[in-house]
Design a protein around this ligand. Structure first.
Ligand code: TXA
Ligand code: MG
Length: 318
């Protein structure tokens, strides 16, 4: 179906389309999502179709609060409850055993469902006005960079969806941290907008399961993901940047390279600011006259972990 895609901040209009079984672009504090009624298989199928997303990649389900989360999971263990209480609404997704009302299509046949309580006020208002939860992956074609503005969504999904709810630029700018459990132990599946340090301060040591394999538990773990179309590589000692090379850096210009070839994500040295700009800068560079992109590794703490993870996947050729 071909739509005339409208952009606006009309929560009622978004709710009407979703209630009719359509997909709508929605703002979250992390990245924009492509939302549909999580309980309606036909609506959820439209997400996969619009994104060209393989059915083996499960969707996160968004709810307004812990009470609504309880309707879609059979059990919220103590550590999960502590995480929700401490950081929700916020940029964390927790994998929990699913209730049968969540269709298998949403979880790709897994018996867990990724549950997220997003913080963006417009999405909170939308979720509270709807009688169903929203399944929503990032609103980009499969494998491409996640959108952090309504215009990014429009650029790639215009015609495929009727409405994009515009909530401005995403404050966090990088996807949610995904946490699951092995027994009682928290497991990190994807670093994201909530730092591991914050999670460990709340629930103790976290096991890292973010390595990719041919059968990843979370396809966000696929090596090539979040990638721009242009070649992106790590800046190594033997790299020979030319005048057509753009360099993504953190807070300081590298000596010996023209400043106009260098994009600093946060001259103030703030990893949160850097994360919030990463995807928009990757998109700008993809559309620019630069021919290749080199990235400097970020400090490996706080949101630097998620930034390095996304750069590594963007740089991968597998
Ligand atoms: O911040 C976010 O998480 C954004 C916003 C829109 O909420 N959403 C997002 O969704 O990044 P998506 O689909 O682009 O990435 C979700 C990742 C996928 O890699 C998927 O495989 C994984 O979460 N996932 C979802 N449910 C899962 C489950 N039950 N078990 C394992 N992985 C799961
Ligand atoms: Mg995604």
């Amino acid at each position: 179906m071909l739509y005339e895609t409208l952009i606006g901040d009309d929560v009622q209009m978004a709710a009407d389309w979703l209630s009719k079984g359509a997909c709508v672009g929605v703002p979250t504090e992390t990245v924009y999502g492509l939302a549909a009624n999580a309980l309606d298989v036909a609506a959820v199928l439209k997400i996969f179709e619009a994104k060209q997303r393989p059915h083996f990649d499960p969707l996160i389900v968004h709810v307004a609060d812990i009470k609504s989360a309880e309707r879609i999971t059979t059990n919220i263990p103590e550590k999960a409850r502590n995480l929700f209480s401490a950081f929700s609404p916020g940029p964390v997704t927790i994998l929990l055993p699913k209730q049968p009302i969540i269709p298998d299509l949403v979880t790709s046949g897994l018996d867990t469902v990724g549950i997220r309580i997003p913080a963006h006020p417009l999405l909170q208002e939308l979720l509270r006005s709807l009688p169903f939860p929203l399944a929503a992956p990032s609103a980009n074609p499969f494998g491409y960079i996640s959108p952090t503005t309504a215009d990014h969504v429009y650029a790639q999904l215009q015609g495929k969806i009727p409405y994009i709810l515009d909530g401005g630029a995403c404050k966090v700018g990088i996807e949610s941290t995904i946490i699951g459990f092995e027994g009682e132990n928290p497991v990190l599946y994807r670093p994201g907008g909530l730092s591991v340090e914050q999670i460990e301060a709340c629930v103790g040591p976290v096991i890292f399961h973010t390595e990719s394999g041919s059968h990843p538990a979370a396809p966000g773990m696929l090596k090539t993901h979040y990638a721009p179309r242009k070649k992106l590589r790590w800046l190594t000692n033997d790299a020979k940047p030319s005048s057509r090379t753009a360099i993504i850096g953190f807070d300081k210009y590298l000596p010996g390279i023209a400043a106009e070839n260098q994009i600093l994500l946060s001259p103030a040295g703030d990893l949160q600011e850097a994360a919030s700009r990463l995807f928009a800068v990757m998109r700008e560079l993809d559309a620019s006259a630069f021919e290749e992109i080199l990235a400097v590794p970020f400090p490996a703490h706080g949101l630097g972990l998620a930034i390095n993870d996304r750069l590594r996947r963007a740089a991968s050729e597998e």
